[in-house]
Write a protein that binds this ligand. Structure first.
Ligand SMILES: O=C(O)c1cc(=O)[nH]c(=O)n1[C@@H]1O[C@H](COP(=O)(O)O)[C@@H](O)[C@H]1O
Length: 224
């Protein structure tokens, strides 16, 4: 099985991003570039990072009216990302149009409930009920819209996997035992997420902020 770990490269400088990716590339399966990186370096930066030779996950978390999101998807075609994110709360029509506008080899996955939120945060945005129910509801909506899968925490991935057999499940909020949780709230270990059906394990700071990122990536790989 190929390595399911995508390293989240949330660093501001392109040279630093590239050096980190080069360092760990033998022990991860892909590179995730998010808003911090894309806002700083745009298309040029993504093309530079693609030279490392690993699949690129472009985590743009698109959330707008359908026409605008479809346009954004068309604008990133040329980058040929393996995975792109949109927000499930953008609704069914937005997700349908995002998928229709995506390249044939790009998986479009919907962020359900951010792993930095818990039920108290959710209630303050006007959504009552459990994180589990909210993720299941949005997963069903994403499947109906024809997306490839969703992003959810390791707390929900087992249940979503049972409901959506051939879905593609991206799980962030991962922390090896004993590591700092930081701003994440719904957290599990990489091994737990993989055992529960995650297709992709997104891991950032436990590798990027480690004293020795190569050793950290290798050690996580060894637990899988
Ligand atoms: O879409 C994502 O990748 C994502 C969704 C989510 O619910 N939570 C989440 O942490 N992420 C991303 O996953 C990465 C997690 O980074 P670390 O907390 O440093 O491992 C960051 O790049 C986040 O933007």
């Amino acid at each position: 099985m190929s390595n399911p770990v995508f390293i989240a490269i949330d660093v501001p400088r392109l040279d630093g991003a590239k050096a980190l990716a080069e360092k760990v590339k033998g022990h991860v399966g892909g590179i995730k570039l998010g808003l911090e990186f894309f806002c700083a370096h745009g298309h040029h930066g993504v093309l530079e990072m693609a030279q490392v030779g690993l699949p690129i996950f472009l985590d743009l978390k698109l959330h707008d009216i359908p026409n605008t999101v479809a346009g954004a998807m068309q604008s990133i075609h040329v980058l040929e990302p393996a995975i792109v994110t949109v927000h499930a709360s953008g609704g069914r029509a937005m997700m349908e149009d995002a998928k229709a506008a995506a390249g044939e080899n790009t998986k479009v996955v919907a962020v359900t409930m951010l792993t930095s939120l818990d039920e108290t945060d959710m209630a303050k945005t006007g959504i009552a009920g459990s994180a589990h129910d909210q993720v299941m509801r949005l997963a069903e909506l994403a499947e109906t819209a024809g997306l490839d899968g969703i992003v959810c925490s390791g707390h929900e991935v087992g249940a979503v996997h049972k409901q959506w057999k051939n879905g593609y499940f991206v799980v962030p909020g991962l922390r090896p035992a004993g590591s700092t949780v930081g701003d994440q709230k719904r957290v599990v270990t990489p091994r737990q997420a993989r055992d529960d059906g995650a297709s992709v394990l997104v891991i950032g700071r436990p590798i990027s902020k480690a004293e020795d990122p190569l050793a950290a990536a290798r050690s996580i790989e060894g637990t899988l």
